[in-house]
Design a protein around this ligand. Structure first.
Ligand code: NAD
Ligand code: MG
Length: 339
């Protein structure tokens, strides 16, 4: 629901959602259920076309979806967005329309140089698409951060908030940001703490125990499996809840050993990683890697997939029947982008 007193600029507008993956499906269905006019733009031979049709949405090719749209939500993978923009969006988007992103990468790092006669805005839900959808269906919403990069119509902010309302974010919380802050903090979080930091912490812990002669199965439980318990406590109630629910021995060990593992030198390296995000080094390297056909990405990914923790983990998880239903759910809501 639009809660402000100004007219909702999306009420008689056509919204094109390009991409029907984690975010695209959730946004398109929520906007549609909010009574807005939604068309989905996809490649005819793409994997998600049949799903969007089965969900009851109108699906056309991206260029056709953009023609006549008042707002175009770009929800394809970030690395395909520049080509999609130059081939399908730029030649077809009408003046004064809005171009919306869920992540600022391509605008902030100038991989897309948007036409001067359109609004450029962002609504980034702070959760995976499956949660954006399921919370909406329960009458609630996932908090969103929002930003205006370019305001030509004079209504860019109102459009942004109307879109955030339409996907349910307005029912929860909207936080203003800008493309630079969203992009840099998102990249830093996934590199230093979430995907990069957490996975390396687990691997180094696993290796330490196994090299000391402990059984890999026991090591797996201690450093990977039980991480979920701790992360759930963080998620629900921060450090306070974690400290409340672990033993006094675990708390004392946390206080005296944690800062020896992650120390001031780690923070210096975190600042280096942040510096390379801020000065564009990371983006330049990643774009070059993508354009070269992902040679290093494939090699590094293979090394992760072949780590001994993956063999022992697969064997142990096969004996955790409670995980089986969640596997399909996780496949439908990938945290492909953690932030
Ligand atoms: P995704 O990989 O889940 O889905 C991508 C969709 O785009 C699929 O429908 C795919 O078939 C389609 N697609 C791929 N190439 C295409 C092309 N050339 N033309 C048209 N369609 C094409 O993507 P996602 O994870 O939902 O990410 C979309 C955007 O949302 C990204 O900008 C991402 O950074 C951002 N985001 C994602 C999350 C998340 O939880 N996954 C959270 C916040 C923001
Ligand atoms: Mg890793």
């Amino acid at each position: 629901m639009n809660t402000n007193t100004h007219p909702n600029p999306l009420v008689n507008a056509r919204i094109a959602v390009l991409g029907y993956g984690s975010q695209g499906r959730a946004h398109a269905l929520n906007l549609h259920d909010s009574g807005l006019d939604v068309v989905v733009g996809l490649r005819p031979n793409g994997p998600t076309w049949p799903q969007a049709v089965a969900d009851g949405l109108r699906v056309v090719e991206p260029a056709e979806a953009v023609r006549g749209a008042d707002l175009v939500a770009v929800l394809t993978p970030d690395m395909v967005q520049p080509t999609l923009y130059s081939e399908s969006i730029e030649p077809n988007l009408k003046p004064g329309a809005a171009l919306l992103f869920a992540h600022g990468f391509n605008i902030h790092f100038k991989q897309i140089k948007p036409r001067a006669d359109i609004d450029v805005i962002m609504v980034a839900p702070k959760g995976p698409g499956a949660l954006v959808r399921s919370e909406y269906q329960r009458g609630r919403g996932v908090p969103c951060i929002w930003a205006v990069h370019q305001d030509v119509s004079g209504e860019a902010e109102a459009k942004t908030k109307a879109y955030a309302d339409g996907i349910g974010g307005g029912r929860a919380m909207l936080i203003a940001t800008d493309f630079k802050e969203e992009t840099e903090t998102d990249l830093f979080g996934e590199q230093a703490v979430l995907c990069g930091g957490a996975s390396e912490l687990v691997l180094k812990g696993f290796e330490t125990l196994v090299e000391a002669g402990y059984q890999p199965e026991i090591a797996y439980y201690e450093v990977m499996h039980e991480l979920k318990l701790i992360v759930d406590l963080f998620y629900e109630g921060g450090l306070s809840k974690m400290l409340q629910f672990v033993s006094e021995t675990a708390q004392y060990g946390d206080f005296v050993s944690g800062p020896r593992i992650i120390d001031a030198a780690t923070k210096v390296r975190m600042k280096e990683v942040l510096g390379e995000i801020q000065d564009g080094t990371f983006a330049r390297n990643w774009i070059a890697e993508y354009k070269a056909g992902l040679p290093n990405y494939q090699r590094l990914k293979q090394a992760d997939l072949e780590h001994p923790i993956e063999q022992v983990g697969a064997k142990l998880r096969a004996r955790m029947p409670w995980l089986q239903p969640q596997i399909t759910e996780a496949a439908a809501s990938p945290l492909k982008k953690a932030g």
